[in-house]
Design a protein around this ligand. Structure first.
Ligand code: FAD
Ligand code: SF4
Ligand code: SF4
Length: 394
């Protein structure tokens, strides 16, 4: 929580800037509540420098005590069935490489209810150990409960690296943990490697125009989030069963502040998740209107895929925001990716370039999309697509 010193003169300036409403004046002195996330936004606003964030040097003291690469495994639960989100396997595969380079263990952390049957599936990606925090209280994702469980485990076992999926859950959970542990967090990494014992976290910066290498040499654990489909999943130890550690961590009372009363899944039009689809038909501004996107829907149906879009097409209202592919949307890694009327801006390409076979359809022969395509068709998509559909339907 933010620290407020005796210097406070009760001017109230800080109370107006706190985005979480955590500051109030009591008896003409600033008082912080438990809602403080230690974002630091208030610190510079105080005219008498009465506000400060608590400093911790705990992790800095002995870095050698921190060992092992951990992956937080997200369990997808639609209320009826549950499964490991595939991004967990991708992170374990990359984690295996990192752990081998470090000469340390690869561990998976699973929080949920009835999750132990996933042990065999998780073990085949080279996992040495799986920590299970399992119980009815963990059946539904709860930020406070899950963060408390992970912080407890991290403080007890001291991993050197912790990787999270850059999903809604991972993006909600990981900053909470980094602020509680006073360590850094690099979001949406596109590359991870080891150099001189440190994790090198590569991610796009300045609108995707440069790739930045980020390291955290003074603190542990080093923490990153990675989007689905950035790394390939590689089974390295089929048939192996990792060592199992079950931890009984009580849910803190504050977790009761949030109660899930209903879960509503909004499926994409074709019922297939974009980041898990093997065939993606993507449309850009060049598809122009609904009739253009109807052709893409038809092609997706014929090929058993789903339809995504560039940001320009999303901005035109041709698809919902969830279907955006690229830097500020979803990353896909399809077996077949067809880009129709998409120019190939770098912000789009970073979200689809890992696909196996990319086909571009564009009326401009010099469009940058052709630089990443295996096959390119130069021409008007509204004329080319009906011909392809005609052949497919035959
Ligand atoms: P355009 O660039 O306008 O290209 C349209 C293409 O269609 C042209 O190449 C044209 O030749 C072709 N065309 C026109 N008519 C036809 C036709 N009849 N038949 C065939 N081809 C035709 N973009 C994303 O997609 N995803 C992101 O996540 C994303 N994030 C961004 C984040 C930031 C910080 C910024 C600054 C930008 C981001 N963008 C993103 C936007 C990106 O820079 C481009 O503006 C966008 O990708 C362009 O979309 P487009 O290719 O559909 O449109
Ligand atoms: Fe509010 Fe952030 Fe200051 Fe905490 S650190 S009181 S959350 S502005
Ligand atoms: Fe006190 Fe500083 Fe907040 Fe003013 S801005 S109420 S002096 S802590």
């Amino acid at each position: 929580m933010i620290q407020i010193s005796e210097k406070c003169v009760g001017c109230g300036k800080c109370t107006t800037v706190c985005p979480f409403g955590a500051l109030s004046l009591v008896n003409r002195k600033a008082v912080a509540s438990a809602a403080c996330t230690m974002c630091g936004a208030c610190v510079s606003q105080c005219p008498v420098k009465a506000l400060s964030l608590p400093q911790t040097g705990a992790a800095k003291k002995d870095l050698s005590a921190y060992k092992g690469v951990w992956v937080f495994i997200e369990i997808a639960n639609d209320g009826r069935t549950q499964k490991v989100r595939p991004v967990g396997f991708e992170l374990l595969s990359k984690g295996r490489e990192l752990a081998t380079q470090l000469g340390e263990e690869l561990c998976a952390v699973v929080i949920g209810y009835g999750t132990q049957p996933f042990a065999a599936e998780l073990s085949q990606y080279g996992t040495d150990k799986i920590y299970f925090v399992d119980g009815p209280a963990y059946g539904q994702y709860n930020t406070i409960a899950y963060a408390n469980a992970l912080v407890t485990l991290i403080e007890k076992y001291k991993p050197s690296v912790v990787l999270y999926p850059s999903t809604y859950v991972g993006r909600d959970l990981s900053p909470r943990i980094s602020s509680q542990l006073f360590v850094g967090l690099t979001a949406d990494c596109t590359g991870l490697s080891i150099k001189e014992g440190n994790l090198i976290q590569t991610r796009p910066a300045f609108g995707g125009n440069i790739m930045a290498d980020i390291k955290c040499p003074d603190y542990r654990p080093q923490m990153s989030t990675v989007r689905p489909n950035v790394f390939k999943k590689v089974v390295t130890t089929p048939g192996r069963i990792a060592a199992i550690v079950t931890e009984n961590i009580p849910v803190p009372p504050q977790a009761a502040k949030v109660r899930v009363v209903n879960t509503h899944m909004d499926p994409p039009a074709s019922g297939m998740k974009l980041d898990e689809a093997e065939v993606v038909i993507a449309g850009g501004r060049g598809m122009k209107n609904k009739a253009g996107f109807d052709l893409l829907e038809d092609l997706a149906t014929q090929l058993g895929g789903t339809v995504g879009a560039s940001r320009a097409a999303i901005d035109l209202g041709l698809k919902p925001k969830e279907q955006q592919i690229g830097q500020s949307g979803v990353t896909v890694s399809a077996k077949l990716y067809v880009a129709c009327g998409i120019s190939g801006a770098v912000q789009h390409v970073v979200g689809m370039e890992h696909s196996d076979v990319i086909i571009g359809i564009n009326k401009d022969a010099n469009a940058p999309i052709f630089n990443v395509c295996k096959y390119g068709l130069v021409g008007d998509a509204s004329q080319i697509l009906p011909k392809i559909l005609e052949q497919l339907k035959k």
